[in-house]
Design a protein around this ligand. Structure first.
Ligand SMILES: [Zn+2]
Length: 115
């Protein structure tokens, strides 16, 4: 199956519709932090123990854009996967219902024969 190609636009001067801060937002209107929260169910991971960790190197503007695009692409993939999986579950249910119906039909036939 061919992978779906999706293009995502990042608005660099947007305002997040979830947290209300002025920062780059995706087409969904959410900033990257709020998208991450939505995917992981928690805040963006942060390094807690500064002494054990190398100092954080701030991302350049270009790296930030790349990271934003990558996150947006991954978000799109996750959404597409959720749709795919929902369709598969629906097909599986249809198969189960069909088999159940066949079983009921055969059982009814046997009962009708009275033996
Ligand atoms: Zn936000």
């Amino acid at each position: 199956m061919a992978a779906t190609v999706r293009t995502v636009t990042i608005h660099m001067d947007g305002t997040c519709s979830a947290c209300g801060r002025k920062r780059p937002v995706s087409e969904s209107g959410l900033c990257l932090e709020c998208i991450t929260k939505r995917i992981t169910g928690g805040p963006m991971p942060r390094r807690r123990d500064a002494e054990d960790q190398p100092p954080l190197v701030p991302l350049s503007e270009e790296e930030m854009q790349k990271a934003g695009k990558k996150l947006a692409r991954m978000t799109g993939e996750l959404e597409a996967m959720e749709v795919d999986h929902a369709e598969i579950r629906k097909e599986q249910k249809t198969e189960r219902d069909k088999l159940r119906s066949d079983i009921n039909g055969l059982a009814q036939t046997i009962r009708d024969q009275g033996r």
